[in-house]
Design a protein around this ligand. Structure first.
Ligand SMILES: CC(C)(COP(=O)(O)OP(=O)(O)OC[C@H]1O[C@@H](n2cnc3c(N)ncnc32)[C@H](O)[C@@H]1OP(=O)(O)O)[C@@H](O)C(=O)NCCC(=O)NCCS
Length: 150
């Protein structure tokens, strides 16, 4: 079973930090105290994580990572959608993130545009809040799904 769970500011981030350490080789930092984190569990195992915070007039997403053994099963997609849903829920005007160039396509699928190439080669991406579209039916190839609305 797949489950998503939110960790508001001040929560115990042990599981999220284990994923961050495994995926990015980084630990707790100053952003954590003001960020909300989300975790995605597969069969009660924490497999993916990400966080969202407010900074300089925008919502930022970061540390969206899936443990290597769990990649390719849409857990990253669910993590990103949970974060975008949270941004929408807060009436975000824009949502930004910095990602490695090789993951750009993962984010542009959901409407992010490239804004900058940073000195280290990473990319700054942005999506205006009113362009966030979490309708999963649109990109689904199943024609006879009972959930399809159009
Ligand atoms: C990037 C990452 C989060 C993707 O997670 P994942 O669970 O393997 O991806 P999903 O299974 O949810 O993929 C969803 C879709 O995105 C696509 N996708 C996944 N990784 C992609 C990439 N690097 N580039 C382009 N598309 C990608 C998949 O093909 C899939 O497409 P589909 O819906 O058409 O089938 C994961 O590879 C990861 O943790 N990478 C290392 C950390 C990192 O660089 N994070 C991003 C910066 S914060």
């Amino acid at each position: 079973m797949i489950q998503g769970k939110w960790f508001p500011q001040g929560s115990d981030l042990t599981e999220a930090l284990q994923i961050r350490e495994a995926v990015f080789g980084r630990s707790e930092d100053s952003i954590d105290s003001g960020a909300q984190s989300t975790l995605v569990y597969q069969d009660d195992v924490p497999a993916a994580a990400g966080r969202i915070w407010w900074q300089d007039g925008a919502f930022w997403l970061g540390d969206i990572g899936v443990l290597p053994d769990y990649r390719g099963q849409k857990l990253g997609d669910l993590t990103l959608r949970l974060l975008l849903f949270k941004a929408q829920d807060h009436f975000a005007r824009e949502v930004r993130l910095i990602c490695p160039a090789e993951t750009e396509g993962f984010f542009t699928r959901l409407g992010f545009h490239r804004e900058n190439v940073l000195e280290d080669g990473t990319l700054e991406l942005m999506i205006p809040g009113d362009e966030i579209d979490l309708d999963t039916c649109k990109s689904c190839k199943k024609k006879d799904c009972p959930l399809r609305t159009e």
